[in-house]
Design a protein around this ligand. Structure first.
Ligand code: SF4
Ligand code: SF4
Length: 249
């Protein structure tokens, strides 16, 4: 558990995960890990800025040094990803944003540009994520015409984990954390019916029904792409909504 009173939670990692303070959120099959940091930690305060503030800071402070691009793993692999060009869409937002956005389409949102490369502490990853949303809604897709060839400096621009931890200011939390089995069965679980790409599953159980772990509780409608959902504990169904099923042990 937390050793401080005020904290925030990174779901699925510090680099690619998302920040939340909602302790009622549930773990799903795509949750990769949970990291708690004190509320005043650098990553929490910078991650709490809304998009408008990130854009405003980027617009005033990006000097187009292009470090974000030079260290981008996708760029170094040979893909046409150039976050410094995407940042131009903030600066020249009255014209050409749709063209600058194209340089974000092949970004994998790894976060290295934002959390490691940028000397100004800006948000090129978030600019790329926003640009991709804009591209999708405009029905556009970037077509790379050049062959995908690794950059000659690729092997020399690898980021040491110790340096990354230093930049993220998390060195003091570095501990061996071996897997501990035997947490026991939780008394109650809330199981989301959409934990996957595609159509949400529809509940096939009703309140009061007894279920065993691994029983089917949600099924994807026939002919649609998705994943069926199963009970994680033995128990009785307490609640069913279009979004989730609650089972009490
Ligand atoms: S590294 Fe930062 S300052 Fe440099 S171009 Fe990228 S976003 Fe702008
Ligand atoms: S978040 Fe996107 S643009 Fe930034 S380093 Fe990762 S792949 Fe490159």
């Amino acid at each position: 558990g937390a050793t401080v009173r005020e904290f925030a939670v990174f779901v699925s990692g510090l680099m690619m995960g998302r920040l939340t303070r909602d302790l009622d959120e549930v773990v799903t099959k795509t949750t990769a890990g949970i990291i708690l940091l004190p509320a005043e930690h650098y990553l929490v305060t910078r991650g709490s800025r809304d998009q408008a503030s990130q854009d405003r800071i980027g617009k005033s402070a990006c000097d187009q040094c292009s470090y974000c691009t030079e260290l981008c793993p996708r760029y170094l692999m040979g893909y046409e990803v150039m976050p410094h060009k995407v940042m131009r869409s903030l600066v020249f937002s009255a014209s050409g944003a749709e063209n600058w956005n194209e340089w974000a389409d092949l970004c994998c949102a790894c976060g290295l540009c934002t959390l490691y490369a940028c000397p100004e502490d800006l948000y090129p990853r978030e600019a790329c994520v926003g640009a991709k949303v804009d591209l999708r809604s405009a029905g556009r897709k970037h077509q790379q015409e050049k062959p995908v060839r690794p950059h000659p400096m690729k092997e020399y621009r690898r980021v040491p984990l110790s340096q990354l931890r230093h930049r993220l200011k998390v060195e003091e939390y570095e501990r061996e954390a071996p897997y501990e089995a035997g947490f026991g069965q939780p008394a109650r679980v809330k199981i989301l019916l959409s934990q996957h790409v595609g159509a949400p599953a529809q509940a096939v159980v009703r309140p009061g029904q007894s279920v065993k772990a691994q029983d089917l509780v949600g099924q994807v409608p026939a002919g649609q792409l998705g994943a069926d959902i199963h009970a994680s504990i033995d128990g009785k169904v307490e609640r069913v909504t279009p979004e989730y099923v609650v089972i009490g042990g």
